[in-house]
Design a protein around this ligand. Structure first.
Ligand code: HMG
Ligand code: MG
Length: 289
């Protein structure tokens, strides 16, 4: 059967905006539960500045504690060379660098213009490749920016070309604030088709308007074969107002089956991992109230 890859981003995108302090032990137990679901990849954490994202300041400890499932790819976000230095001290298969299609989000999220961020990423990508790591290149705000408004596919196409030139192995297109509908997904892929084919991208959907699953189904029709998702729909970016949950892994797994594909993911294990993490968060709320 034709297969679709799922990257589980809950430990990173799902928790980065979480105000309750979650221990490294809980994060490790969470990642281990996610490994047992059979997802292709897990984005475990982030080597950004802890001043910017305090929740993920324990990236090294989390990566040191997890049990790696053979065949699963483990990755982490890296914004600059300082982050790469920290990442290279850990065991990782892949790093994810991130840029934005708009100046407004680039400034708010990474404290630099698009050009400055790309210059910052050039040595990160080169050094990561030298170290044998796979490099994912995220582009945020591919549909709409919370600061600059509507985004044209041409802006995204330009960024795709720049990141490919810098040497990323794959592109991940982020609908950061969940603004897309299915037709916007079609327009996006039509607009970037001269530079990148749908099957060479990962789609990263947020579910602000409840449309993420219809967007994913349209993307599958168009030829996208790789998605990010987060158990329990956990997630959001602290620097993108109006970006709550990610596309829920539970819904994505069902939609993939409905579309006649397989994901290799155990739906029951996904449900359990999501319920377990929600329970941990509920207990933390109880503890802090
Ligand atoms: P900056 O403040 O301009 O950095 O931040 P700087 O180079 O001027 O350094 C300032 C201080 O930060 C220094 O410390 C550095 O050492 C430290 P001081 O000397 O003042 O004590 N620092 C670091 N410490 C640890 N690790 C590092 C690091 N870098 C600097 N890597 C920076 C620039 C890019 C670092 C900052 O803006 C940042 O960390 N931004 C990340 C924000 C973020 O994580 N956002 C969420 C992830 S992106 C996302 O969610 C979207 C996505 O899901 C896709 C989608 O939905 O669209 C991926
Ligand atoms: Mg995101």
């Amino acid at each position: 059967m034709k297969s679709i890859r799922i990257t589980e981003v809950a430990p990173r995108d799902g928790l980065q905006n979480e105000p309750r302090r979650i221990s490294a032990e809980t994060k490790i137990a969470f990642v281990d539960r996610l490994s047992a679901t059979g997802v292709s990849e897990i984005e475990v954490t982030s080597f950004v500045s802890a001043r910017w994202v305090p929740q993920l300041g324990d990236a090294t400890a989390v990566l040191a504690g997890i049990h790696r499932r053979p065949g699963t790819i483990y990755s982490a976000l890296v914004p600059n060379e300082q982050g790469l230095d920290r990442a290279l001290e850990c065991t990782l298969d892949k790093i994810a660098v991130f840029a934005a299609a708009t100046e407004g989000f680039s400034q708010r999220n990474t404290n630099g213009s698009i050009e400055q961020v790309l210059s910052r990423l050039a040595p990160v990508i080169a050094r990561a490749r030298e170290a044998g790591l796979i490099v994912r290149g995220y582009i945020s705000c591919v549909i709409h920016c919370p600061f600059d408004g509507a985004v044209q596919p041409e802006q995204v196409r330009t960024l795709c070309a720049r990141l490919i030139d810098l040497g990323v192995h794959e592109l991940d297109l982020g609908d950061t604030i969940g603004a897309a509908d299915a037709d916007a997904i079609s327009r996006l892929y039509e607009g970037i088709s001269a530079t990148v084919a749908p099957g060479a991208t990962t789609l990263h959907l947020h579910d602000t308007q409840g449309r993420a699953i219809s967007c994913a189904m349209r993307a599958i029709e168009i030829g996208v074969r790789s998605f990010d998702a987060s158990v329990g729909g956990l997630g959001g970016c602290p620097y993108a107002p109006g970006a709550p949950g990610n596309l829920a892994t539970e819904s994505l797994v069902r939609a993939i089956t409905t579309c006649g594909f397989e994901s290799g993911v155990d739906g029951d294990a996904v449900d359990q991992a999501g319920r377990w993490m929600r329970q941990q968060l509920a207990e933390l709320s109880g503890a802090s109230s």
